[in-house]
Design a protein around this ligand. Structure first.
Ligand SMILES: Cc1cc2nc3c(=O)[nH]c(=O)nc-3n(C[C@H](O)[C@H](O)[C@H](O)COP(=O)(O)OP(=O)(O)OC[C@H]3O[C@@H](n4cnc5c(N)ncnc54)[C@H](O)[C@@H]3O)c2cc1C
Length: 502
């Protein structure tokens, strides 16, 4: 008899949702989290009078009550939908290329198309044709991958089979002439971490389509409200949790999970572990090498750690409109060449892509009265940061942050005079708080070869499941949903094993 039916390692989105889903269905669950709060990326921290959002800029997949997205259903199933308050963003984003372009796209197909046509009239018919493809591709994708049409074939779903694995750049080049137009339509590549030349059209299309159809959302209280609500609902369902308690080892015997050893040395027996500690950490650090099949090690060896971020958290002593900020989501890029932008994210040179979110535009109560907060991020790989000598880290970090703020001030000059609080995090900060190598927030880089077409997401170790961003796509929606999918698969396997319980 085991101590628990399931031990969940990590209380990020994937850990929390798997633990809650399992506990709600009557399983005995223990969740171990090395940090002192739940959420992983989905957390907040306090400086002065501001509670800063760590990660969530735009929540995808929620949809409206009339047109619910998959995430609304998932959060409903988990029993947390009614405990949370969401704020809908009307705009996808404003994109500024200083000195040459400034455009705002609404989260609405017709209005986004109209704005694009106004800016790029010579490409009107190309824009129509592209959006027709985007929507038809996504419809076919739903039939093949979500509804799992058993009769799926190239003849029945030709666009899906033609475009899923093409690079996004190839598709842009097929439809558009103007590089700026490609930049405007393609800016969400950064939510996947790879530039259009490297991210598949399949992955990119779903992101753009989902934000238009299901709208981008913000959460009252930030993503910490979601994490805390998931945790509280889990505790109400009878789940156990230990904070400040990392898992040190997953015990394996004869190819099966047998338990977990905590960093404090406690041994907890279980037949099933859900690891939210990321694929790399789980297989490289938590399990002894002799239990990892060679094939899996070879596969892992072909993957590269995905991007992390440099994040600047700013508390302003003014409201957004007083500083000329009228959109929540603002992309700023100083280069139309996404490959160049991405190459720079592997160096400590001035970043050429920024995302600035000012949550108070759509949620005026987010910050104290008369104030507001902004999160300024750029994608950044850990490697160059890891080679910074410790005694130079602070100087280099703040010089880098200063360049980001200077670029932002080029678009919003007033901000510089109104920064009351400022905090900077680098990939090393994310490494420390998440425990993921490279501080990766999306998992591995997701090239075509790393997609579900070629990678088996089930673990070869019986009883081991990996939840969160690493085994699939990164982001809130995929990581939240991965936990629920895993919980269902655990319950199914327990039912087929005759309900064997601890
Ligand atoms: C700056 C930033 C901005 C982002 N913006 C967005 C956005 O706008 N929209 C969006 O959809 N996504 C966004 N993301 C990505 C999104 O936040 C992540 O992909 C997602 O939250 C990852 O969830 P996860 O389930 O993989 O868990 P993680 O958040 O990776 O958490 C893993 C948890 O496991 C714990 N852990 C690790 N090792 C151990 C161990 N050995 N023992 C116990 N616990 C352990 C960690 O402490 C952590 O709590 C952003 C991320 C960042 C960093």
């Amino acid at each position: 008899m085991s101590d628990y039916d399931v031990v969940v390692i990590g209380a990020g989105n994937g850990g929390l949702t798997s633990a809650l889903s399992l506990a709600k269905n009557g399983l005995s669950v223990l969740m171990l989290e090395r940090h002192n709060i739940p959420g992983g990326c989905a957390t907040s921290f306090i400086r002065g009078r501001f509670e800063f959002e760590v990660a969530l800029h735009q929540l995808s997949g929620l949809g409206t009550e009339e047109f619910p997205g998959p995430l609304r259903n998932t959060l409903g199933e988990l029993g947390v939908m009614d405990k949370l308050e969401f704020v809908r963003m009307d705009n996808l984003y404003r994109l500024t290329m200083p000195g040459s372009l400034d455009i705002c796209l609404k989260a609405d197909r017709a209005e986004a198309i109209a704005a694009l046509k106004e800016q790029f009239p010579e490409e009107s018919s190309n824009i129509d044709r592209f959006f027709d493809l985007l929507y038809e591709y996504c419809t076919q994708w739903i039939h093949v991958t979500m509804l799992r049409d058993p009769k799926a074939s190239k003849d029945k779903y030709p666009l899906y089979f033609k475009y899923a694995l093409k690079s996004t750049q190839e598709v842009f080049d097929e439809f558009f002439q103007n590089p700026q137009l490609k930049t405007v339509i393609g800016v969400y590549w950064s939510y996947q971490g790879l530039p259009p030349s490297k991210v598949t059209f399949g992955d990119f299309a779903i992101i753009l389509w989902a934000y238009i159809e299901f709208k981008p959302w913000h959460l009252k209280g930030g993503s910490q409200a979601l994490s805390s609500t998931l945790l509280n609902t889990y505790l109400e369902a009878g789940g156990d949790v230990r904070f400040n308690c990392g898992a040190k080892k997953i015990m394996v015997s004869n190819g099966r999970v047998t338990g977990v050893i905590t960093e404090e040395g406690d041994e907890i027996s279980t037949d099933r572990v859900v690891s939210n500690a990321g694929t790399a950490t789980t297989y490289v650090e938590l399990i002894e090498p002799e239990h990892i099949p060679n094939q899996l090690l070879r596969e892992l060896g072909t993957m590269t750690l995905g991007t992390s971020f440099v994040s600047i958290f700013m508390g302003f002593d003014q409201e957004p409109h007083q500083m000329g900020i009228d959109q929540t989501t603002n992309f700023i890029t100083t280069s139309p060449d996404a490959d160049h932008v991405w190459d720079r994210s592997k160096t400590l040179s001035t970043p050429e892509w920024l995302l600035f979110s000012c949550y108070d535009v759509d949620d005026p109560d987010f910050s104290p009265k008369g104030a507001s907060q902004g999160s300024l991020v750029t994608i950044s790989y850990a490697k160059p940061w890891l080679s910074v000598p410790p005694h130079q880290y602070h100087e280099i970090k703040y010089a880098y942050a200063q360049k980001m703020v200077d670029t932002l001030a080029g678009v919003f000059p007033a901000i510089k005079d109104h920064i009351e609080e400022i905090e900077v995090g680098t990939p090393l900060t994310h490494m420390r708080y998440l425990g993921h190598p490279g501080g990766s927030a999306y998992g591995f880089d997701r090239y075509a070869k790393d997609t579900e077409f070629f990678i088996e997401s089930r673990s070869p170790i019986k009883g081991l499941y990996i939840a969160g961003a690493w085994p699939g796509m990164g982001g809130f929606q995929p990581s939240i949903q991965s936990g629920v999918t895993i919980a269902k698969s655990i319950q199914k396997s327990m039912e087929t094993q005759g309900g064997e319980r601890s």
